[in-house]
Design a binder for this molecule. Structure first.
Ligand code: NAI
Length: 338
């Protein structure tokens, strides 16, 4: 049976890494029929809207979307389309694995890092509840929203993920010492739900200490569950530990639809130059293959990526190599074929 998947090529380096990913999935003979739709700044320029209705209905119909990064104007302009899609489809769990690639030279190459950040994706500081106070933007307020319901849902997702993937520990990251109400509620929910999972160790840590611990001893973390803003920041930190943004994927899981993407953005500094590393999106596609039940193809993809990176011949610039997107993708396809 062939799976129909919505495909958004996106802005900046998006089209380059999406095209590379589609080539690699073809080489894997993944049974996917793509339905290409538009979103982001490019769509806004060409179609007058950053999120056409057809894109929403395609995602709703297919239930799965692979997405290149989308540009969000800073300070003014339309709201983040990434956030809008996640909210529209209630994609409440943002799952971002960060794992050491053996043989790949990184700052932390002697440490076996294997952590998965499970980020609450619908509320917190990103609930979109903000306003300015006149006159002349004298002040601005953003509301941090934390509901018991959404907190329970994400913490349970983290524990279920841990159980399903044979993981041993869940760490809840918060700032309940200062954000006594929102942080306090999130922590209380975590502590309560943890009691239902006595096969998985549970601990909690304050966000500032977490940043320090992740740099000093990242190997101590397994599954991490946290609120929206902290999860956003920590996943970039985790990406930095294992070799950079070019390597880390993310899945946005909802009950009706799920979206797979790279953690990184549109990389405007290298867009259109054929230099982008497609690995993060490829790994996101690997998570998508797992999600669709093509677990063997997902494993094969990850093994091939690891082999090419460890071999060290076709490495992109962000990882210290000289290969462009095409050369790296060719090496990967050769590895899959061979
Ligand atoms: P960015 O992630 O685009 O770039 C940060 C740095 O990492 C740049 O030096 C870039 O060249 C490098 N980089 C990122 N991905 C790379 C890759 N695959 N290969 C090689 N190098 C890579 O972050 P930035 O500059 O803060 O954001 C640019 C735009 O992306 C903004 O409009 C932002 O809103 C958007 N963005 C979109 C996201 C999404 O669609 N999920 C996520 C994050 C940012």
């Amino acid at each position: 049976m062939s799976f129909k998947v919505s495909l958004i090529r996106g802005d900046g380096i998006g089209p380059e890494i999406v095209d590379a990913t589609v080539r690699v999935l073809d080489a894997l003979q993944a049974d996917i029929e793509w339905e290409e739709v538009r979103a982001g700044s490019g769509a806004f320029k060409d179609l007058g809207t950053p999120l056409p209705e057809e894109t929403i209905s395609s995602i709703g119909r297919n239930g799965v979307v692979l997405k290149g990064p989308l540009e969000t104007p800073i300070g003014t302009g339309f709201r983040s389309i990434n956030v809008t899609i996640r909210k529209h489809f209630d994609m409440y769990a943002n799952v971002r694995p960060a794992k050491t690639t053996p043989g790949l030279a990184t700052r932390f190459q002697d440490v076996a890092i294997d952590m998965v950040i499970v980020r609450e994706n619908t509320e917190g500081a990103y609930a979109g509840i903000e306003h300015v106070i006149p006159p002349n933007r004298a002040a601005a307020e953003t509301v941090i929203l934390c509901t018991r319901w959404a907190s329970e849902r994400i913490v349970r997702h983290a524990f279920e993920y841990a159980r399903r993937c044979g993981r041993k520990q869940v760490t809840l990251v918060h700032k309940a010492n200062i954000l006594k109400e929102t942080g306090g509620l999130f922590l209380e929910v975590g502590q309560t739900i943890a009691r239902e999972y006595d096969d998985i160790a549970f601990n909690d840590i304050i966000i500032d200490n977490m940043c320090m611990q992740m740099v000093r001893r990242p190997e101590q973390f397994d599954v991490i569950v946290t609120t929206n803003l902290f999860g956003d920041i920590l996943s970039d930190l985790a990406a930095g530990l294992i070799g950079g943004l070019g390597l880390t994927p993310g899945a946005n899981i909802g009950n009706g639809a799920s979206m797979f993407e790279a953690v990184h953005g549109t990389a405007p500094d290298i867009a259109g130059k054929g230099l982008a590393n497609p690995t993060a999106l490829l790994r996101a596609a690997g998570m998508m293959l797992d999600h669709l039940g093509m677990v063997d193809k997902g494993r094969r993809l990850e093994e091939s990526i690891a082999a090419v990176l460890a071999h060290g011949k076709a490495i992109t610039g962000d990882l210290g190599g000289r290969a462009g997107t095409a050369e790296y993708t060719d090496a990967l396809i050769a590895e899959i074929g061979g």
